[in-house]
Ligand binder design. Structure first.
Ligand code: C5P
Length: 229
């Protein structure tokens, strides 16, 4: 039976947050944002182990208390891009996983992943030959920016989804896809797509938000506090 592993790339600097230090260490609801993202997998019985990819220069990890996360393994092999960090992580964990095992890649900046959504992804993607990702149908009308911040074009939103994480693929397939795609891809699914495969869209919701700008912090804290109540 294939097993399930989580891999969280957390080697980014989070420039858009302008916090002065990597955003994954910002405190939300009394813990670093990264702790919440890791905990969503720690608490799920089907997840065997949780790997986090850190920058080799990360000076914040050691100062925090991670002892409540018993499935955790820290890998100091972050790269220059997200794709490079993920590929380095896949290589570092290769001795401990089988090529057919599932890897769930999740942003350190998504601390509000609910148990229900993780269950749904595990259920639906593991029945799929390729794998799948959480995603949400686009609700807004989309505009392409032209010169002088004027609207150049309205993009039809029919059939458009916003990709989220976790993105779940078998270890060997994902490694091959990222080796083939190079370091420029911004998610795992696009690397798999470049092999000519079509990952499954598993409908998530906006509660699984990506904390990017300072204003997102309060919303994330509210979502986490509400989930615990
Ligand atoms: O910057 P962005 O929010 O798109 O990053 C998505 C995820 O990828 C974050 O968890 C970030 O820490 C991670 N990342 C990484 N290595 C990089 C850049 C981003 O692990 N070089």
């Amino acid at each position: 039976m294939p097993r399930y592993f989580a891999l969280l790339p957390a080697a980014g600097v989070g420039a858009r947050m302008a916090a002065g230090f990597p955003k994954q260490y910002l405190e939300i609801a009394g813990r670093p944002m990264l702790w919440h993202a890791l905990h969503a997998f720690e608490r799920h019985s089907r997840i065997e182990r949780v790997y986090v990819v850190l920058s080799p220069e990360d000076g914040h990890w050691d100062g925090q208390d991670w002892t409540s996360l018993t499935k955790l393994r820290a890998l100091r092999c972050g790269g220059a891009t997200r794709a490079e960090s993920v590929l380095n992580g896949l290589e570092a964990m290769a001795d401990e996983v089988d090529g057919e095992d599932w890897v769930l890649v999740h942003d350190a900046a998504r601390p509000c992943l609910s148990r229900g959504l993780l269950d749904k992804l595990l259920r639906e993607a593991s029945e799929d030959g390729v794998g799948g990702i959480l995603a949400a149908p686009v609700a807004d009308t989309l505009k392409r920016e032209g010169e002088g911040r004027r609207i150049a074009q309205t993009v039809p939103r029919e059939g458009l989804w916003g990709a989220q994480t976790p993105q779940m693929f078998r270890h060997a397939l994902l490694r091959r896809a990222l080796e083939h795609a190079g370091t420029g891809v911004t998610d795992e699914a696009s690397a798999v797509e470049a092999l000519g495969l079509s990952p499954l869209l598993v409908e998530g919701d906006i509660g699984n938000l990506k904390v990017t700008f300072p204003r997102d912090l309060e919303l994330a804290a509210w979502l986490l506090t509400r989930a615990e109540a």
